[in-house]
Design a protein around this ligand. Structure first.
Ligand SMILES: [Zn+2]
Length: 114
């Protein structure tokens, strides 16, 4: 059992983050979360900057996965749209069976007025 130095309650070790126990920081999870929330609310600019830096690093370290995921999402969306137009590109089409070659356009080029 360990006493939280913030709320002074005697708690089991599962009520503390392992990294806190390793570092001798005996603040329980609820107190730690509350303190982090308060710091975040009182330092919005620093919090935003930390978030931006994290996202930048994440995009660099997970670039391959993010690209693969985006390609899969785009492919699924294109297949859904092609299914909505009735699969004409397969039945009446031009002989192309690779959906990646196909584009979706307005028949008369009227844009949003069609
Ligand atoms: Zn506590």
């Amino acid at each position: 059992m360990t006493v939280c130095y913030k709320c002074k309650v005697d708690k089991s070790e599962t009520d503390f983050y392992p990294s806190c126990l390793r570092n001798g920081d005996y603040m329980c999870k609820p107190c730690k979360n509350k303190a982090a929330r308060e710091w975040s609310n009182s330092h919005p600019d620093k919090r935003r900057e930390i978030g931006k830096n994290y996202q930048r690093r994440y995009r660099v370290t997970h670039k391959e996965w993010l690209n693969t995921h985006a390609r899969a999402q785009n492919r699924d969306l294109k297949l859904k749209v092609l299914a909505l137009v009735g699969g004409k590109w397969v039945r009446e089409g031009c002989g192309i069976t690779d959906f990646r070659m196909l584009q979706i356009n307005h028949i008369n080029g009227g844009g949003s007025s069609e």
